[in-house]
Design a protein around this ligand. Structure first.
Ligand SMILES: Nc1ncnc2c1ncn2[C@@H]1O[C@H](COP(=O)(O)OP(=O)(O)OP(=O)(O)O)[C@@H](O)[C@H]1O
Length: 248
């Protein structure tokens, strides 16, 4: 069974001139359990809209999304799904610990359990020594790790990421890719992410979905069968990236 299934989804947004913008047309997407799927495509082709529809943040005009086989409109286990945004969105007045704890506080998790889970998750992303640091005291890579920890602290089954590492230096980005793969294996998550970076798609994903613009349609789906870990500088990754670029 697919963990995420997108079935014939179409979406229009209203435009200021009274017309509507056709953003997505008949999108089908199947994400099996523990898969990593990348969505790539030209700017404005509807990648984030598709991710937002999967996350239940935007309602499709046609078609539907199933999460663990349940129609999204009837899905109740939203804590099993988490979303990592392009900006880290850390609260500057909260320490790393307090930022990571935020979702658990909102969910009413008791303080002792909160403390245990935050400590465990900060250790998971390699930030045990920075639990009491404020965001301005952390490097870009560390902030990204806090944001990742905040997404993981609820022990999600599905991780959605919208260009989460695009603002990082290439070497830090590579470190974050390694972290995501390691943690994904450990936690057995299913991941869907959006990226502009075809190398990032090839290094992380086992399936890459290429969207065509205006309106966004699935142009093709490429399986990436290279073994993990994938060296971003290897000829195999370069060749897959070349094929994807050609498709774009
Ligand atoms: N809430 C909204 N209301 C109206 N138009 C929107 C809304 N959200 C997105 N759009 C428009 O829908 C189109 C697709 O946007 P979307 O952000 O999904 O594309 P994208 O492929 O993620 O773009 P990028 O790669 O530049 O981030 C764009 O033309 C955008 O302006």
């Amino acid at each position: 069974m697919s963990v995420v299934k997108v079935q014939s989804v179409s979406k229009w947004f209203p435009r200021r001139d009274g017309e509507s913008l056709h953003v997505l047309q008949n999108i089908d997407l199947d994400v099996p359990e523990k898969a990593i799927v990348a969505i790539v495509g030209a700017s404005g082709c509807g990648k984030s809209t598709l991710l937002n529809i999967i996350a239940g943040l935007v309602t499709p005009d046609r078609g539907c999304v199933f999460l663990n086989g349940v129609k999204a409109s009837a899905f109740e286990d939203w804590r099993s799904l988490t979303y990592m945004f392009q900006e880290d969105r850390l609260l500057p007045w909260r320490t790393a610990t307090q930022n990571v704890a935020f979702g658990l506080e909102a969910a009413g998790v008791a303080r002792p359990e909160r403390r245990e889970r935050v400590t465990e998750t900060l250790a998971l992303v390699g930030l045990s020594g920075f639990a009491d640091a404020y965001p301005h005291e952390l490097s870009g890579g560390m902030r990204s790790r806090v944001a990742l920890a905040r997404s993981l602290v609820t022990r999600p089954q599905i991780l959605l990421m919208d260009e989460p590492f695009s603002k990082l230096d290439p070497s830090i980005r590579t470190q974050m890719h390694d972290e995501v793969l390691r943690i994904k294996e450990l936690m057995g998550m299913t991941i869907v992410f959006v990226t502009h970076d075809v190398e990032e798609a090839v290094v992380l994903a086992d399936k890459v979905v290429v969207l065509n613009p205006r309106p966004g349609r699935v142009r093709e789906t490429q399986e990436i069968r290279l073994p993990y870990p994938r060296d971003p500088l290897s000829p195999d990754v370069a060749e897959q990236a070349r094929l994807l670029r050609r498709s774009l």
